[in-house]
Design a protein around this ligand. Structure first.
Ligand code: ADP
Length: 383
């Protein structure tokens, strides 16, 4: 790669959602020239990126043509055409995360197999080819069916408690997991650069929308015993090593009722569980990803203050041009940071923005976050 501080570096980002948009800030700070490809000409990043290319991230040609003249290519979304990334890598473009890692992450079956082969604790599972095989696996303790490919934000996950639930099952290649008695869900972000330096962020605790299976809010630091914290940290670092990670990896874990820590899933890119790091930590997850993929020294990950991050998602029952309600009064409170993603259309549970609350005392931040969750809404006048 051309020397980082000697010439303009051109970085391609697949795609231009909110994560791509937030990756533009450190590109600006480091003088990297960003290029973004997304099928949606009005995606969150387009207004801030002059080199915006309309293209389909599932199409070999589109990615190949987008990436072939760039120095480096990264992504904010892993369900993209893999062959094009492999070809670009073979032709000398620095593709991070590595296509071999993306391949594992694209398929929940391969992910689970990787955990099993590398001694990473995870919920017991089996592979099912179709609904018939799922039906045979239903047990009185409940099972969780997950589509092997293309699931995200709880889409592609269903909990089946009894044989009557089989009508909810997907008739697709899936994994079936034992239903875990989850006490809390946590996430650790870990970064690794090509020199092998590894840094983890402090763990956060994630609280999910009941029913929608997607992140409602998180707080940092997570309430864990020192032993659990160390265990989770080691797991994240072990994964970074074993996967030969370059970039950032979000490691989502369950803490079980018995206090065990199980890895649920990984994402090799900036992640919703790291948005608070923009304001609360010495280095943001977005900057850390940029540092890692350009083999710069990784930044310090410590937090200045505890923080809560609330996702602003589309109000159920509302679909159409978005109106944000209730934000203004919170701007009078110090330590409240608003992020709107610039999506024109809201839909039920679509991620439309987030608000981070940074306070010296986590309980204060949680109280303000509770009010934000009750009062801030992304709605539409067209129902
Ligand atoms: P996605 O990739 O769509 O985010 P996840 O695997 O993270 O899917 O599952 C979404 C949510 O479903 C999890 O955050 C958790 O709340 C619940 N869940 C997933 N797996 C299990 C399990 N084995 N037992 C109990 N709940 C689970």
């Amino acid at each position: 790669m051309r020397q980082f501080f000697e010439k303009d570096i051109h970085l391609g980002i697949l795609k231009g959602g909110q994560l791509g948009r937030m990756l533009l800030q450190p590109c600006m700070n480091y003088g990297i020239v960003p290029h973004i490809m997304d099928i949606d000409p009005h995606s969150p990043a387009w207004a801030y990126c002059r080199n915006f290319v309309i293209g389909d991230a599932h199409a070999f040609e589109d990615i190949y043509n987008f990436g072939k003249d760039l120095d480096s290519l990264t992504l904010e979304f892993e369900h993209v055409n893999l062959e094009s990334l492999k070809k670009l890598q073979s032709e000398g473009v620095n593709v991070y995360p590595r296509p071999e890692l993306i391949e594992i992450v694209q398929d929940k079956g391969l992910q689970k197999q990787f955990y099993e082969e590398n001694g990473i604790p995870t919920a017991a599972y089996r592979i099912a080819a179709n609904r018939k095989e799922v039906e045979r696996a239903i047990s009185p303790c409940g099972i969780v069916q997950k589509k092997r490919v293309a699931g995200y934000d709880g889409k592609g996950v269903v909990i089946l408690e009894s044989s009557e639930d089989i009508c909810k099952a997907f008739d697709e290649p899936s994994i079936i997991e034992e239903k875990i008695e989850i006490e809390k869900e946590i996430s650790i972000l870990v970064a690794r650069n090509t020199s092998g330096q590894i840094e983890t962020f402090p763990p956060v605790e994630m609280v999910f929308h009941q029913g929608a299976n997607m992140l409602d809010y998180l707080f940092s630091p997570a309430a864990l015993s020192p032993q659990q914290q160390a265990e989770a940290d080691i797991l994240a670092k072990t994964l970074a090593e074993k996967l030969q990670l370059v970039g950032l990896l979000a490691v989502e874990m369950f803490v079980t009722g018995q206090g065990r820590i199980l890895v649920n899933e990984i994402a090799p890119r900036p992640h919703n569980s790291g948005h608070h790091t923009i304001e609360a930590n010495a280095t943001s997850q977005f900057e850390q990803h940029i540092r890692a993929i350009f083999n710069l020294p990784l930044g310090s990950t410590g937090f200045h203050s505890p923080a809560v991050m609330v996702n602003i998602v589309g109000e159920p029952g509302h679909e159409g041009p978005v109106i944000y309600r209730g934000i203004r009064p919170f701007l009078e409170i110090s330590g409240v940071y608003v992020h709107r993603y610039g999506k024109r259309i809201t839909r039920p549970y679509r991620k439309m923005g987030h608000i981070t609350v940074v306070r010296q005392c986590l309980d204060d931040a949680l109280k303000i976050a509770t009010q934000i969750r009750a009062e801030v809404k992304a709605i539409s006048c067209q129902k």
